[in-house]
Design a protein around this ligand. Structure first.
Ligand code: SF4
Ligand code: SF4
Length: 251
């Protein structure tokens, strides 16, 4: 396939030849060593840097001088919906900074990154992202430490590291709404609100009954499609257990 792509590049049909990657460091090393690339697209953000393998992936591309396009700079929205403790920490150190802006600036601080793909859902977010880069300020040493601390807080909160890409839904024979279920769970885990239990159960029960976690038949098809290598059926069982516990405690 690579030779065909090079042919298309020579014909001018491809301008820059690269690839998007969700594998492990060993595989990235092989892919980069095997062929010449104009870029690679990696999942890099300060949470994956600390708790997964983004740092290693970055270093492999950086050392091979392969420029990087970054996907998921805000971890599917996790880094702009921080748990209360993490949000307060950010606010106390960078009072004028939004969570999204901090996450994007952290990514942009890396020399081999030449493009950041940031998913935006409305005009406000578009404006915020543009402002971040028009008035760009590099992250300081304190900012690096802050990112590290926030990542640890998120990890301790036990959030499920789903990026809501929805690839799992495409293959689920039962139509389980996996990203929505994980999203509600993460929101619940990070909430200090007095009505957090009620809101968790209320929102969960607002999901289509047939798409809830307890309808999973544990076929495992979704796991093969998950770029985050999550064990989805086990995590669904964990959420289902939590919902039942919270429901019981409210009776
Ligand atoms: S394991 Fe559950 S969630 Fe995953 S594809 Fe099968 S039924 Fe769907
Ligand atoms: S494939 Fe994985 S990361 Fe993507 S929505 Fe499903 S569980 Fe989340």
């Amino acid at each position: 396939m690579y030779d065909e792509l090079v042919k298309l590049k020579k014909e001018g049909l491809i301008k820059y030849l690269g690839f998007s990657f969700h594998g492990d460091p060993q595989m990235l090393r092989e892919v980069i060593k095997e062929h010449k690339w104009d870029f690679c697209q990696l999942q890099i953000n300060y949470l994956d840097w600390e708790v997964v393998n983004a740092q290693e992936l970055y270093q492999i591309a950086d050392e091979a001088n392969v420029p990087i396009i970054v996907m998921e700079p805000l971890r599917g929205g996790v880094l702009c919906n921080l748990p209360i403790k993490a949000a307060e920490k950010l606010k106390s150190i960078c009072p004028n900074e939004t969570q999204a802006s901090f996450g994007l600036r952290w990514v942009a601080n890396h020399n081999s990154v030449f493009t950041i793909l940031s998913g935006m859902s409305n005009f406000k977010q578009l404006k915020e992202n543009v402002d971040t880069f028009v008035n760009y300020k590099p992250i300081s040493k304190d900012g690096e430490k802050l990112a590290h601390d926030i990542a640890r807080i998120i990890q301790l909160e036990g959030a499920i590291s789903c990026t809501a890409c929805k690839y799992c839904i495409e293959v689920c024979p039962r139509g389980i709404n996996i990203p929505a279920i994980f999203g509600l769970y993460n929101m619940y885990k990070s909430s200090d609100a007095p009505n957090a239990d009620f809101m968790f159960v209320y929102n969960y029960n607002a999901l289509e009954e047939s798409s809830r976690a307890d309808k999973c038949i544990k076929c495992g098809l979704c796991n093969k499609n998950c770029p985050q290598a999550l064990d989805i059926p086990s995590l669904l069982a964990q959420v289902d257990k939590k919902v039942k516990e919270v429901e019981k405690s409210m009776k």
